[in-house]
Design a protein around this ligand. Structure first.
Ligand code: MD6
Ligand code: FE
Length: 222
C-alpha cells in the first residue's frame, strides 16, 4: 500500500508511506528536512564517542563503524553482544540523546501506530563503501512490544528483510537519505541485513561518501 501524504500539487511527493509486513513500514522522506541538523548532531556525538569497529563474539571485526548516544549503547566484544551505559573506549557515559533525535523517533513511531515509544538507546552506524551487515535479529532488548525506529542518511543501501527464521526468503528494498523505517509488533524479530554499500555521490549537505543509520530502541522494560 502506497499512500501519498504531502503532495501539495501535481509534483513529485516528498513523503509517503510503504507498508512492508504487519508492523513494518517505511516512511519515505520523513527526515529530509531535518537531515542537515541530524548530520551536525552525529558529528558532535562522534567528536565525544568516535566511530569504532567492534569485534563480534566470533572474533570478526565489523565493517560498519559504530557509536551510540542515549542512556544505553549497543556494544560487542569477544564476550558477546550487549547494552552498556559506559562507552568502553572512553570509559565515560555515552553522549546524551539530542532532543531532535528523540522527537523524530517518537513521532515516526506514532505515525506507524506505536504510541508511547520512549527510546533509551540510539545506535549510530557509519557505512563506508563495502561495509555491510550480515543477517541478524535485534533481540538484545527486554521488551519486544516496543518498536525499532531506523533512520537512513547519506548514500543509499539495499536492505534485506526476511522472516522469523534465518532460512526464510528476504525481500529487498532500497533505503535512501531521509527514509525512516519503523518495525515492531509481529515484525519485531524478523531477520534483516544490509548489502555491501556501493560507492556514490553523497547527497547534500554530506561531504563524505558514507551512509549513516540511526536505530532507536527501548532496551530497559518501559
Ligand atoms: C541499518 N539496521 O539499516 C541497519 N535493525 O544500517 C538494522 O540493523 C536495523 O534498520 C533493526 C531495525 C531496523 C534496522
Ligand atoms: Fe538490526
Amino acid at each position: 500500500m502506497i499512500e501519498d501524504l504531502f503532495a501539495d500539487d501535481d509534483s513529485v511527493p516528498r513523503q509517503w508511506q510503504e507498508s512492508l509486513t504487519p508492523g513494518a513500514v517505511i516512511l519515505r522522506g520523513f527526515v529530509l528536512d531535518t537531515a542537515p541538523v541530524l548530520l551536525q548532531q552525529i558529528d558532535a556525538i562522534a567528536s565525544c564517542a568516535p566511530f569504532r569497529h567492534l569485534v563480534t563474539p566470533g572474533g570478526h571485526v565489523m565493517s560498519v563503524g559504530m557509536t551510540n548516544c542515549g542512556l544505553l549503547g549497543w556494544v560487542s566484544d569477544e564476550l558477546g553482544y550487549r547494552y552498556s551505559g559506559i562507552d568502553p573506549v572512553s570509559q565515560a557515559p555515552w553522549p546524551l540523546m539530542p532532543d531532535i533525535f528523540r522527537q523524530l523517533a517518537v513521532e515516526a513511531a506514532a505515525v506507524a501506530g506505536f504510541a508511547n515509544f520512549n527510546p533509551d538507546a540510539c545506535l549510530i552506524n557509519c557505512y563506508q563503501p563495502g561495509s555491510r551487515l550480515t543477517l541478524h535479529q535485534d533481540k538484545n532488548e527486554r521488551d519486544f512490544s516496543q518498536p525499532i525506529v531506523s533512520v537512513s542518511l547519506g548514500l543509499p543501501a539495499t536492505f534485506l528483510f526476511g522472516g522469523l527464521q534465518r532460512e526464510d526468503v528476504c525481500q529487498r528494498f532500497p533505503l535512501v537519505h531521509g527514509d525512516v523505517m519503523v518495525w515492531g509488533g509481529p515484525s519485531r524479530l524478523r531477520y534483516h541485513a544490509v548489502l555491501p554499500l556501493k560507492e556514490g555521490i553523497p547527497p547534500w549537505p554530506l561531504r563524505d561518501a558514507v551512509r549513516y543509520n540511526l536505530t532507536f530502541r527501548r532496551v530497559l522494560a518501559a
